[in-house]
Design a protein around this ligand. Structure first.
Ligand code: SAM
Ligand code: DTB
Ligand code: SF4
Length: 335
């Protein structure tokens, strides 16, 4: 049963179970709705880095913090295409292009990004973009260019949001997600833990995601990568138990969704990552860099896949084979 009417009390009860019970419940759901043993490998590329006018307290790309990130303008098309080709050859099935923009503007750079989307789509990769806020018309143009998914994270709860970002509102974020959904683009939206939020904030964010009109097809769970120069530089690292609670709760609430073990893997031993896969995570970002921060290198991930007997997941498999189509976009429908 796919539900979009979860109550906050239900989500709270799921999240606060003893951690091993929570993981085993999530693992049971994962086994029914997803191909266990398959993990999607995705690649990120920052096509426009740094100099962002926003004040996201976690972000090394905000112009107002001095983080040492080397800012650059929109990369040349050929460089982006070559990077996508390398990603595909190395086994990635999704390629996500990120830009340090507050929002998309209708200018030449956007026209160029549309061209990049078209070219990367032509390689047979799931093309994803994360370009900040957008309007309905811009979403339609991205869709027409062949965009498969759009990433736009809620990041944290509505209650915590103003402590982390003041240059836009939670409703701005939700509106963008609505435009993405309306254009028929696959929705990727998740958050970050380790920002100084409470369990209630984490629960509230998961509740918001799981009670959208339709579940996001993709929910990235990021552990804060504390970056020197940002206001959150001194935040303690999150523990695996916290990641497990987030991943497992997301898997239980949104059984058909890709749950992505995103930022924060660099510090995680394979044993901890294995627990995250058991709890329902079925995607990682591969390659030495996320957007601007380090990620485990390719060989280490290859070894992890071999050790755990994991297989890379094929592209365009949002709806798992064998599962009864759950009518995404409509809710709630019998599984
Ligand atoms: N500028 C666009 C936006 O904010 O939507 C797209 C790029 S932005 C870097 C994409 C996401 O990366 C953010 O929403 C946030 O969740 C994540 N992120 C940024 N810095 C991070 C950090 N230091 N640790 C973990 N996640 C981070
Ligand atoms: C997401 O949720 N995590 C990725 C992707 N979506 C765009 C980005 C993580 C960025 C981590 C900080 C950095 O490397 O700059
Ligand atoms: Fe800009 Fe996105 Fe970083 Fe916020 S998260 S500062 S909007 S690049």
């Amino acid at each position: 049963m796919l539900r979009t009417d979860w109550t906050l009390a239900e989500v709270t009860a799921i999240y606060h179970q003893p951690v091993l019970e929570l993981v085993s419940q999530a693992a049971a759901i994962h086994a029914v709705t997803q191909a266990t043993g398959e993990v999607q490998v995705c690649t990120l590329l920052s096509v426009k880095t740094g100099g962002c006018p926003e004040d996201c307290a976690y972000c090394p790309q905000a112009a107002r913090y001095h983080t040492g990130v080397q800012a650059h303008k929109l990369l040349p098309d050929a460089e982006v295409l070559a990077s996508a080709q390398r990603a595909r050859d190395a086994g990635s099935t999704r390629f996500c292009m990120g830009a340090a923009w507050r929002e998309i503007r209708d200018n030449k750079d956007f026209d160029r990004v549309l061209g990049m989307v078209e070219q990367v789509n032509g390689l047979g990769l799931e093309v994803c973009c994360t370009l900040g806020m957008l309007n309905e018309y811009q979403a339609e143009r991205l869709k027409a260019a062949g965009l498969y998914a759009y990433n736009h994270n809620l990041d944290t709860s509505r209650e915590k949001y103003d402590d982390i970002i003041t240059t836009r509102t939670y409703d701005d974020r939700l509106n963008t997600l609505e435009h993405v959904r309306k254009a028929g683009i696959s929705v990727c939206s998740g958050g970050i833990i380790g920002l100084g939020e409470t369990d209630e904030d984490r629960i509230a964010m998961l509740h918001t995601l799981a009670t959208l009109e339709a579940h996001p097809e993709s929910v990235p769970v990021n552990a804060l990568v504390p970056v020197e120069g940002t206001p959150l530089a001194e935040q303690p690292r999150v523990s695996v138990w916290e990641m497990l609670r987030m991943i497992a709760t997301a898997r239980i609430l949104m059984p058909n969704t890709m749950v992505r073990l995103s930022a924060g893997r660099q510090e995680m031993p394979v044993t901890e990552q294995a627990l995250c896969f058991l709890a329902g995570a079925n995607s990682i970002f591969s390659g030495e860099k996320l957007l601007t921060t380090p990620n485990p290198d390719f060989d280490a991930d290859q070894q992890m896949f071999a050790l755990l007997g994991l297989k890379p997941r094929k592209s365009f498999k949002d709806v798992p084979e064998g599962a009864v189509l759950m009518g995404r976009g409509k809710a709630p429908v019998e599984a």
